[in-house]
Design a protein around this ligand. Structure first.
Ligand SMILES: NC(=O)c1ccc[n+]([C@@H]2O[C@H](COP(=O)([O-])OP(=O)(O)OC[C@H]3O[C@@H](n4cnc5c(N)ncnc54)[C@H](OP(=O)(O)O)[C@@H]3O)[C@@H](O)[C@H]2O)c1
Length: 276
C-alpha cells in the first residue's frame, strides 16, 4: 500500500478514498465531478442506476487528468442479471461513460431471490479477460454469496462495496474480507441523513485533532483499511473529505467510534432487499 492507495488481489491499485456520485446529475453534477477531479479525487463511483454515467463522462473529458490516473467504477443493475444481459448492460455503461475500459465493475445488488448473480459473475470474468474491465467485484454481498461465487467460478471478487459507517461497522464481514483478500469499500461512509456527525464521541475526537467530524469518520474508515466514497455536492466539503491522510486516530479512538454501532441506516439487508 502506498500512502493513498491499496493493492488489489488482482494486482491493480485502488485509491484509498473516492467520490460518491449518487445524486450528482445534470450540469451541476458535471461541474461537481470535474472540480472534484481537479481537487485530487481519482476514484469516481457511479452506477448504471444512478443515471449519471454521461455526466461522469463529461466531467472526465473536462478534467485535465490522464485517463490512466483515474479509477472509474460502475455497477450492473439487478434487472440486467444474466449471462447475455450483463454483457449488454456493460456495453451500454461503457458507451455512456465514453471509456475504452472501466477500472472496476461491480454487481450492484445480489438479488438472491432471482438467483442469477453467478451467471453475471461469469460474464464479468469474460469482460475482465477481454480487458474492457480491469477489476471485477461486487456490492452488498454476504460471505455465503461470496463463497458461492468462488466455489462455482473459481474466482473471488477483489472488492465488496457495502454499507459501512460507525453505526454499522461490519466487523464480521470485514474479517471475512481480510481472510479472502477482498478490499472493503464503504458506501454511505458518513451515514447520510443521520445525526452521526453530531455524535459527542466524534465531535470530541474532532476537537482533539483540530479536524471536522466528517474527517474523523473518514479517518476511521482509513484506519479499518476500507475505501470510503463520500458524496458531496459542495466543493468545500469535498476538499475537506479528501484532506484526511494526516489525521491518524489512536486505537482507542477507533474503538470508541466503532462503539456507536446500532445497525443499518435504512434496513437494506442483502439477503432480502431487492434492487432492480
Ligand atoms: N453500492 C450501493 O448499494 C450503494 C448504496 C448507497 C450509496 N452508494 C455510493 O456511496 C456514495 C456515498 O454514499 P451516500 O451518498 O449515500 O452517503 P454519504 O457519502 O455517507 O453522505 C452524503 C451526505 O453527507 C453530506 N456530506 C458530505 N460531506 C460532508 C461533510 N464534510 N460534512 C457534512 N456533511 C457532508 C452530503 O451533503 P452535501 O452533498 O450537501 O455536501 C450528503 O448529504 C454514493 O454517492 C454512491 O456512490 C452505493
Amino acid at each position: 500500500m502506498t500512502a493513498h492507495a491499496y493493492a488489489l488481489a488482482d494486482g491493480n491499485t485502488i485509491p484509498a478514498i473516492g467520490l460518491g456520485t449518487y445524486g450528482l446529475n445534470d450540469q451541476s453534477g458535471v461541474d461537481a465531478i470535474a472540480s472534484a477531479i481537479h481537487d485530487g479525487y481519482r476514484l469516481i463511483d457511479t452506477a448504471y442506476n444512478y443515471g449519471n454515467e454521461e455526466v461522469v463522462a463529461e466531467a472526465i473529458r473536462r478534467a485535465e487528468v490522464d485517463r490512466s490516473d483515474l479509477f472509474v467504477t460502475t455497477k450492473l443493475p439487478g434487472r440486467h442479471h444474466g449471462v447475455d444481459e450483463t454483457l449488454a448492460s456493460f456495453e451500454q455503461s461503457r458507451k455512456r461513460l465514453d471509456l475504452d475500459w472501466v477500472d472496476l465493475y461491480l454487481i450492484h445488488w445480489p438479488n438472491p431471490k432471482r438467483d442469477r448473480y453467478v451467471d453475471s459473475w461469469r460474464s464479468m470474468i469474460k469482460l475482465k479477460e477481454r480487458g474492457v474491465v480491469r477489476s471485477i467485484g461486487v456490492s452488498n454481498f454476504t460471505p455465503a454469496m461470496l463463497d458461492r461465487l468462488s466455489a462455482e467460478t473459481g474466482l473471488m471478487p477483489v472488492v465488496n462495496q457495502v454499507e459501512l459507517h460507525p453505526y454499522f461497522p461490519q466487523a464480521e464481514l470485514r474479517a471475512y474480507h481480510a481472510e479472502h483478500a477482498i478490499r472493503t469499500e464503504s458506501w454511505s461512509p458518513l451515514a447520510k441523513r443521520t445525526e452521526l456527525l453530531a455524535e459527542p464521541v466524534i465531535v470530541e475526537i474532532a476537537e482533539r485533532h483540530g479536524s471536522t467530524p466528517a474527517q474523523v469518520v473518514l479517518a476511521w474508515h482509513l484506519a479499518l483499511g476500507a475505501v470510503p466514497i463520500p458524496k458531496s455536492a459542495d466543493a468545500e466539503r469535498r476538499r475537506e473529505n479528501l484532506d484526511v491522510f494526516d489525521l491518524e486516530l489512536e486505537a482507542g479512538e477507533v474503538e470508541a467510534i466503532s462503539g456507536l454501532e446500532r445497525g443499518r441506516i435504512w434496513g437494506a439487508d442483502p439477503d432480502t432487499h431487492e434492487e432492480m
